[in-house]
Every structure is written in C-alpha cells, then in structure tokens.
Design a protein around this ligand. Structure first.
Ligand code: URA
Length: 476
C-alpha cells in the first residue's frame, strides 16, 4: 500500500498529477491510500509516495471527467480521491463509461460534484465582508469569515477576485485563507474565527435586507433550503429573519390592501383586449392534443409541428417559454434542447420542480429558414404570437394555474400584451387576466451572453427569479 498525500492548497493540481503518474505506472486503486491536509500521513504498511513527474506519459482523459474531477476534489468526503482514481482506472479501458448515467460510481461522483457546485454557489451568495482599516496601499480593505461545507474557497476565489477587483480582501475559513492584494490572490493555511470589527456598512446592509424582505414570498422551508440555517451565524442580516417572518402575515395583508401590482400603462389597452372573453372551444386535454396533431399534418415550408405543453393538468403553476426550437420540433416536446437543459439545471438548483409544473410556450411551432441541411431558427412575428395565444389560452383554460412564470420577451408579450422593458420588469410580479405572472428572462438569453462575468451575474439573477417562483409555488 502506498500513501499519496495531497496538500490543502492546490489540491486539484496535486490530485491530477498524482493520478496521472500512478495511472501511467499502472498502480491499481486498491494499492493507494489518499490523504489530504496539512500534515502528511503514512499508513501502517508503506511510506508516503510522491508521484514521479518523469513517469507521466501523455494520457488522454475525456474532458467531462476532467471537469468532474476538478470539482469533486474539493468535496469534504475523505474517500473522494480514491473514488475518482478508481473511476479513472475503469475509464482507461472504457471511455464510454462517462456516458453511462446508470453507473453507481458515476452517480456518486456526480452527486458530489453537485454538492460542491451548490456549496460554491452558497459561498458566493453568503460571504459577508467587513470593512477593516485602510492599508498602506491606500485601497479599502475588507475581511470575511466563512465556514463552507466543502473546500470551496480556492475554486471560488476567482469569482471574488473579479467581483471585488478594486479592493483588497481576505476570506478566512477553517481550512484555507485567501488574500487578494493588488489584484493577486494568494492562499495560506486556515485559521480560527478572527475577531472582526463592527462595520458601519453592515447596518446599511441590514436595513436594505429588511426592506427588500418580501413577506408575500415567505415560505420558510423554501427559504431555508436557499439560505440554510448553518450560514446564518456569519450573516449580519440573518438575526432579523425570525422577526420578519413573525410579522409577515400582517405585512402581506397591508400590502394587499394598499398596493395591487399593476401592469405597465402602455399595456393597458392590450390587456383590455386580453380581458375580452375569447371564443374558445370547450375541449378536453385529449381533444386539444388531437386537434394539434390534426393541425400539424399539412405544414407550410418553414414551420414545424404544433408542440403543446407538458405536465400535470392539475399543476398549480405554469411555465411559459417562447417557441420550440429544432430539438423540440424533433422530440415533439417543449424545452428539451440546450435552453431547456439549462433551464432544468438552474431550476433544480433553485428548488423549482419542473415535473410538478405545466411547461409550455407562447408560440407553438418552430419557425425556420433552410440553409443547406440546417434549419435556422426565426423569431415569431406578431401574427404568429397571436396565433400561439389561441393555443396558450386553451391550455390556460384547461390547467388554470395559480401563477405563471414568463420567460423571455415573447412570453411576456403573449401574457401581458407588452414585451417592452423586459430587463427592467424582470423579477416583478405583474397582474394579468391569467393570474399573477412572475417576469424573467429566457434561458437562451444566458446562453447568448458573450461575456463570462455578465453570464455569471445574469445566471445568478435568473436563479434568484426561479427561487422566488419556487417559493411562491410552494406557498400556493
Ligand atoms: N425555447 C423555448 O422558449 N421553448 C422551448 O421549448 C425551447 C427553447
């Protein structure tokens, strides 16, 4: 048995090098004992084995495994290195294993990867800096204490470096400390909780938190899953939560009496039209589907089949997107292509259960122009949105959701009569003839953003919108 000791700082690179070296040497998984931390340990049978870089022969590892291992190494499970190595050992002869979603080892590793991702997300959301004295550089200095469940400080520090590029900061955790000075991040061993000074900015933040706390959205279990209690002790605003929750009911009543949410004025005329009862046939679910199939038989060039929504007819919530794409047209189902997959991932992170919702689109047909063998997506025009609304109205009549999530400008237009100012309206709840509509962007908007930082920020806002909607759905 050989022991491979991995350092607390730079664990990812050290694991990768050691795994490559041992794989190249043909060391079987059962011959390795992996340890991690500040002091190298040896087991009863062997000395610490340093991998010999000279032995490393170029090795091709599938990219998805590289991405997976880069996250899993930061998990706190002591077995993670051994599990990764054992999987890599098997992967050597069976590269297709990476796609075997039923493989129990892969399932376990994917679960760990998800835990780490979630922990990093929490860290980005819940680290609270305190202002400390100005240093010799003249730049403002901040310090934060955080206790992550996994070792996520090191992989998350590029995010903090970008976000707080113009200040010097230290984030201390029990295992590692990250220090950002003059644009450079360095790492040092962890430490005990420091005594951080009271901060004037903290009070402002607490006041802000109390003001933005929306009593109408209080769903304690959903809130605790998004902001778990274990983080509260290091968050100054958290001490106000119990009192805010206790007063929530009275505040909701007060809000309902004084301030109904109004749609933008320019939409009022269109809303009038939306209020007019439409001449909709009384169809059952099955009859509606049969009619959609019938209408899809003889399609003009440039249009795909009619794709209706999916989900329980008894769903309390409806999610409305824009228009099926090529993938959806081929599968005959909404939201299965790249935008749908992104939606599924972020919805799961936000605690929004897609399977409990009725998921549909404002426009029901993929519209395209041909370019060689490719079918290039074309946006719907007003007439097509109006045509889609006939089907959407039928679905709304049948499902009768208590609330609706509107994703993107086309959905917003179909549901509120106006697509203007989407980015200003996002995150708000608008009153419509169909019930309350929470406005957000479309997942394909996130896919199209060219700038990574912007993409991260917009994704965080989108996740937040979905979490709010999940909270409303849970309270429905
Ligand atoms: N975009 C949508 O709005 N709907 C889909 O079904 C797929 C992509």
């Amino acid at each position: 048995m050989q022991t491979v000791h991995l350092p607390m700082i730079g664990t990812d690179i050290a694991w990768r090098d050691a795994a490559r070296a041992h794989l190249a040497q043909g060391t079987p998984p059962e011959a390795l004992l992996w340890t991690h931390g500040d002091a190298p340990q040896t087991d009863l049978f062997g000395a610490t084995a340093a991998p010999n870089p000279a032995m490393v022969t170029p090795l091709t590892v599938p990219k998805p495994f590289v991405d997976l291992s880069r996250r899993v190494v930061w998990h706190s499970d002591p077995e993670r290195f051994a599990r990764l190595y054992a999987f890599l050992w098997r992967l050597r002869d069976r590269p297709a294993l990476m796609r075997d979603t039923a493989d129990p080892d892969l399932i376990r590793l994917n679960g760990m990867e998800k835990n780490v991702r979630r922990c990093a997300h929490k860290m980005k959301a819940f680290v609270r800096f305190r202002d400390i004295a100005q240093g010799t550089t003249g730049r403002r200095r901040f310090a934060a204490w955080f206790e992550p469940t996994h070792f996520t400080l090191e992989p998350t520090s590029p995010f903090f470096a970008r976000r707080f590029a113009d200040m010097d900061w230290v984030i201390a955790t029990p295992h590692v400390t990250a220090r950002h000075e003059n644009g450079r991040v360095t790492f040092a061993p962890g430490q005990a909780k420091p005594d951080l000074p009271e901060d004037g900015a903290e009070q402002l933040w607490e006041t802000y938190f109390c003001n933005i706390f929306n009593p109408a959205r209080v769903k304690i279990s959903a809130m605790q899953s998004e902001m778990p209690r274990k983080y509260w002790k290091n968050m100054p605003e958290a001490k106000h939560i119990p009192a805010l929750i206790a007063g929530a009911e009275a505040r909701v009543r007060e809000m309902a009496e004084t301030a109904p949410t109004l749609p933008p004025l320019r939409a009022a005329r269109v809303l009038d039209r939306l209020h007019q009862p439409r001449d909709l046939p009384e169809l059952s679910f099955d009859a509606m589907r049969a009619r959609a199939e019938e209408a899809s038989r003889d399609l003009p060039e440039g249009y795909g089949r009619i794709i209706l929504g999916e989900g329980p007819q008894t769903a309390q919530v409806m999610i409305v997107g824009e228009q099926p794409g090529d993938h959806e047209d081929q599968a005959g189902r909404p939201f299965v292509g790249p935008a749908g997959q992104l939606f599924d991932r972020i919805a799961a992170e936000a605690g929004l259960d897609r399977t409990g919702a009725y998921v549909t689109n404002a426009v029901k047909q993929f519209k395209f122009r041909r370019q060689g063998k490719r079918r290039i997506h074309m946006p719907p025009n007003r007439t097509e949105i109006e045509h889609g609304r006939w089907w959407l109205d039928l679905e709304l009549q049948l499902v009768h959701p208590k609330m609706i999530l509107s994703m993107g400008a086309t959905a917003l237009q179909a549901l509120t009569g106006s697509r203007d100012g989407l980015l200003k309206r996002r995150g708000q709840i608008e009153a419509t003839p169909y019930g309350p509509v929470l406005v957000t962007v479309h997942p394909s908007y996130l896919l199209r953003l060219p700038d990574r930082v912007r993409q991260e920020d917009e994704t965080a806002l989108y996740r937040n919108d979905l979490a709010v909607f999940a909270g409303m759905a849970a309270a429905a």
